[in-house]
Design a protein around this ligand. Structure first.
Ligand code: GLC
Length: 660
């Protein structure tokens, strides 16, 4: 049962699309105070577990820390970072009382989950205009399913998007892309996509192609003939440049966000000074979305939307304030304090809170200050693209994912989890985020495998790929200036060919489970406790996940490890994909085990009494054969495979399922 409590006069975010009747009075759980902004306070019992928050830091159990939903461009996120790129205000308290909370509020909102006081959960924000949902259910999993019903069906990508993709910031020319294609194809490492980062554009201008690509449609075709899709990036900021049509049209039609005095707001991102399309306005959304046609007309079938928190490197106002401070600094004898202050000023030019309060959106004729609706920007940029792509190609699906997001965006595209680092801790964070993201509707998701910032190592990349084999978005991406991270750059390429090959062997199963999860408003990745609610040991497992209905994954996430400990909540079959192409099987009983996992082996577990289909390795999705797959797992079991053409939007469950 879901109850909706409305406080004040909230701005419709369109995250919830199924009408929920308004409840009277106050929620049964916790205490709400409206004296200073909004506060919800709930006294937690010692054993309560708190799930949720989608793209957030720390564990699957969120208890013991503080998190702020405030979409942030923070490429250096560390253990005490409180805000990441998304804002997903859904949590579940599971314990003495079990219930879910969704706070539909588009500005900064803080969840203090036993951080300030160990037994207190507080949710606070400055402005008491919001919708507060309470969801009662039999257990945490049931609550997720109810929540997912009211926020609408998750985005479904084309099947090729379940293949492996290579990305790197810095590929510039046709030759760069051809080299990557050659590196993978000649080494027979399976791949389906190569991502185009900002350098494919002319001067970082959205919807332009640099002169390096003389005949872009012919190049897109050449790649596609080799079963490789090019996936370009689109950034939120539109470069200020005379005679650039997107800029000129935006200015002429008042499509950009405004300053208080009505002039167009200016901030620097990659192209230098830019304006920001006011995507909270439906007219602007359809204008900006229609621009994607320039690329789909060239044969492009997928996009990644970036910098849409939006990230602001600096504004002219911030620069003037800093210059003044510099003048003063120059005129005085330096002290430790004045040097540090100047340094901080320079650092805080980027994504400065003052800048987020200095521009406005036009929402139904009302000027709304950006910070009041900050968390909706990435959502609506991706919605602009998603709605347009649906119109441009009503028959065919398109790949689309975003960096910033709010609940509701999951209907239009997936997300990647932003700029991580080549750190072992970020591999584990990747694992922990998956079920939380699924709770909030984000099914097509994954992290930059190998790590974006910092230099990766062969071992870290291999181990991370062995997790990425299971995540719907499987992409190796690295920042400019870091160690080259394409798989063929490393020693013993066979290991990479093998690990990525396992992805393709599992792909029919993963696709089938993805489609079942999407079409049934279900989760693909679950904490163990969701499947084994009565197992107290399972409730504490933070480094293993249930995937679909048949398997459990337990990747290795530490350096130099020969294997790892696992907990089995029931008897399971340990499967190892061995480097010679063989598959080893071993039944392990319920309980704790140490499993050895060499760096070129992918382990997973099949649940008791179940089986899954395994295909032969293929070098791309188009070459996968699904007619004669082997079933691995328990004897006399069967599997219901969902299989469709992988590109039309005709998702009929019954018509596309068959028993194996
Ligand atoms: C941002 C993105 C990253 C991209 C870079 C350059 O940092 O998160 O993925 O490579 O911008 O476009």
């Amino acid at each position: 049962m879901i109850q909706k409590y409305t406080f004040g006069n909230p701005l419709p975010t369109e995250s919830v699309i199924t009408p929920v009747k308004k409840a009277e009075g106050m929620p049964e759980y916790g205490k709400i105070s409206l004296t200073e902004g909004f506060t919800f306070l709930y006294k937690m019992s010692p054993d309560d577990i708190v799930y949720g928050l989608g793209e957030a830091n720390r564990g699957i159990n969120k208890r013991g820390f503080i998190y702020t939903s405030n979409c942030s461009d923070d490429p250096n996120h560390v253990e005490d970072t409180v805000s990441l790129y998304g804002a997903h205000n859904f949590i579940i308290i599971s314990g003495k009382s079990t219930y879910g909370i969704y706070v539909d509020y588009p500005s900064a909102l803080t969840f203090d989950i036993g951080y300030t006081r160990i037994d207190e959960l507080t949710i606070t924000c400055d402005d008491a205009n919001l919708d507060f949902y309470i969801i009662d259910g039999d257990n945490a999993y049931d609550i997720v399913k109810q929540f997912r019903k009211i926020i609408g069906r998750s985005y479904i990508p084309p099947k090729f998007a379940f293949g492996f993709g290579q990305s790197r910031w810095g590929y510039k020319t046709k030759e760069d892309f051809l080299e990557v294609a050659k590196g993978y194809r000649e080494n027979h490492i399976p791949i389906d996509m190569i991502y185009m980062d900002i350098d494919y554009m002319d001067g970082f201008k959205d919807f332009t192609i640099s002169d390096e690509f003389s005949d872009f449609p012919a190049f897109v075709k050449e790649m596609k003939d080799n079963n490789l899709r090019l996936i370009p990036i689109i950034d939120a900021g539109v470069k200020i440049e005379e005679n650039y049509d997107v800029y000129e049209e935006g200015v002429a039609n008042n499509y950009f966000c405004k300053r208080e005095d009505g002039t167009d707001f200016v901030a620097a991102v990659w192209p230098g000074y830019t304006h920001f399309p006011d995507v909270l306005n439906p007219e602007v959304r359809s204008w900006f979305g229609a621009k994607y046609k320039l690329l789909t007309d060239s044969g492009i079938e997928g996009f990644w939307n970036d910098m849409n928190e939006p990230a602001l490197f600096y504004t002219p106002e911030g620069i003037s304030r800093t210059k003044e401070a510099m003048k003063e600094f120059i005129s005085l004898q330096e002290t430790v304090d004045s040097v540090w202050e100047l340094r901080d000023r320079l650092i805080h030019l980027a994504n400065n809170p003052d800048d987020y309060t200095s521009f406005y959106h036009n929402i139904n004729g009302q000027m709304i200050r950006h910070d009041k609706v900050h968390n909706l920007y990435g959502f609506n940029m991706t919605r602009a693209a998603g709605e347009a792509l649906q119109k441009l190609s009503p028959e065919k699906r398109c790949l689309l994912f975003s960096r910033s997001s709010y609940i509701g965006m999951h209907r239009y595209g997936g997300i990647w989890t932003g700029d991580n680092k080549s750190w072992w801790s970020h591999l584990l964070l990747n694992l922990k985020m998956m079920p939380s993201l699924n709770m909030c509707g984000f099914l097509y998701t994954g992290a930059d495998l190998g790590g974006f910032g910092a230099d990766t190592s062969r071992e870290l990349l291999l181990r991370w790929l062995a997790l990425g084999v299971f995540t719907p978005l499987m992409r190796n991406h690295a920042a400019i200036g870091t160690r080259e991270q394409e798989c063929y750059r490393f020693e013993q390429i066979d290991d990479f060919r093998h690990i990525i090959g396992v992805r393709y062997r599992l792909l029919p199963y993963l696709y089938s489970e993805y489609m079942k999860a999407a079409l049934n408003d279900d989760m693909l990745f679950k904490p163990l406790a969701f499947e084994y609610p009565d197992d107290t040991m399972a409730a504490n497992v933070e480094d293993q996940l249930m995937l679909g209905n048949e398997i459990m994954i337990a990747p290795v996430y530490t350096q130099n490890a020969k294997g790892r400990y696992v907990y089995l909540p029931e008897e399971m079959m340990l499967i190892k994909f061995l480097p010679d192409g063989g598959i080893s099987k071993e039944i392990l009983e319920k309980g704790h085990h140490y499993i050895t996992v060499p760096v070129n082996v992918v382990p997973m577990f099949i649940r008791s009494g179940k089986c899954i289909p395994i295909a032969d390795v293929a070098e791309c999705v188009a070459k996968l054969q699904t007619e004669h797959m082997q079933l691995i797992g328990y004897k006399d079991s069967s599997y219901i495979l969902y299989e469709d053409d992988g590109y039309t939007r005709n998702y009929n469950m019954e018509a596309h399922c068959r028993k194996l």
